[in-house]
Design a protein around this ligand. Structure first.
Ligand SMILES: Nc1ncnc2c1ncn2[C@@H]1O[C@H](COP(=O)(O)OP(=O)(O)OP(=O)(O)O)[C@@H](O)[C@H]1O
Ligand SMILES: [Mg+2]
Length: 326
């Protein structure tokens, strides 16, 4: 089949594919206000709040992307016993994301990043987080949920921000269960955890993460090749290095190496491009795509994403247009 037809066919199959997304979820809160004076109490600006907006962030943004691309996302993670948790669950449910796999850890706050924005710029960011490991009983609940759910989903994704959800035990149990039921596991890794990801289907580090994981200097095409092959060999997994404006390079266990150039375009915001990549790959693999075709589609989706302002997600129609212009 010609590549155009093949990619369109894969894209059509995205609909209702079930993606299990496991990782550190967080709430992004924006407080928008007007600044008109300096406080009489301290030399700081006073913000008069006009509105507050929220978004599900971190690993939850992968679920947002899956949902925008017509897939069914099942979110697995933890939140605190607080108001932020209710807001976060609400944001996820608004997008049709399943939240049954989100467990409450009473000893941690819901991870939250609050930005105060005035005069069109960020004035302050306030973080609530506790990066310690989750309690053993929460870890066991997460694992139990994963084991029960894995049979009925198509592909599992780990979106690791090293904030406590992803542990060695959880990954090992996931990998074993996924293997038993023949499900692919795609990992957006954190270098700190690099020795945890062996035997998964694919890891998708960016250039800097890949270089840190491999302990090799980044830079030229040749350097990327050394890095990719070293990770592949060490972890026994396929490796997709995302390289920003240079596109991406795929290193497969069968020995094949594919460089996919980025589409040159006006870039507005690169934030979240990595989440678009893993979500698209997961849906493509769930739809029967080869890793090469999945990466090609993900590169298209990420190219569209960086051309957007703010946090807007990519749609199926936008990718379709991109394929038709091939
Ligand atoms: N400047 C750019 N021009 C074109 N495409 C880009 C650009 N930056 C990123 N992309 C696309 O987005 C993909 C992922 O970008 P990148 O390698 O920066 O991921 P990342 O650092 O993990 O992103 P994130 O900040 O979301 O974690 C790239 O492989 C490419 O397809
Ligand atoms: Mg990333």
């Amino acid at each position: 089949m010609k590549i155009k037809q093949r990619l369109l066919k894969i894209l059509e199959n995205f609909k209702n594919k079930k993606i299990l997304v496991i990782g550190d979820i967080m709430l992004d809160k924006y407080i928008w206000g007007e600044v008109s004076r300096i406080s009489p109490e301290a030399p700081v600006q006073v913000v008069n709040v006009m509105k507050e907006t929220y978004e599900a962030g971190g690993a939850a943004n992968v679920a947002n992307n899956v949902s925008a691309l017509t897939g069914n996302a099942f979110m697995v993670g933890i939140a605190g016993n607080d108001e932020a948790k209710e807001v976060l669950l609400g944001e996820l449910r608004k997008k049709g994301i399943n939240t049954e796999g989100i467990f409450t850890d009473k000893d941690k706050p819901t991870t939250q990043k609050m930005r105060i924005v005035g005069r069109g710029q960020q004035l302050l960011r306030v973080d609530y987080e506790n990066k310690g490991h989750v309690h053993k009983d929460i870890e066991n609940s997460l694992i139990k949920f994963i084991k029960e759910t894995i049979k009925s989903i198509d592909v599992a994704v780990i979106s690791d921000y090293a904030k406590g959800v992803i542990t060695e035990k959880l990954i090992n149990e996931l990998a074993a269960a996924a293997k038993k039921f023949g499900k692919a596991v795609i990992v957006d890794p954190k270098p700190k955890h690099s020795n945890l990801y062996s035997h998964v289907t694919l890891i998708t580090p960016n250039n800097a993460e890949a270089s840190e994981m491999a302990g090799l200097e980044e830079g030229s095409d040749d350097a990327v090749k050394k890095i990719g092959l070293k990770l592949l060999k060490r972890l026994n997994t396929n490796v997709l290095v995302t390289r920003g404006e240079k596109g991406m390079s795929l290193f497969e266990k069968n020995g094949s190496i594919t460089h996919i150039p980025a589409k040159a375009k006006e870039v507005y915001s690169i934030i979240g491009a990595g989440d678009t990549v893993v979500a698209t790959i997961a849906l493509a693999v769930a739809s029967g795509a080869s890793l090469k075709d999945a990466a090609t589609l993900a590169n298209m989706a990420a190219g569209i994403k960086v051309g957007k302002i703010g946090t807007a997600s990519v749609s199926i129609d936008e990718i379709k247009k991109e394929i038709e212009n091939l």
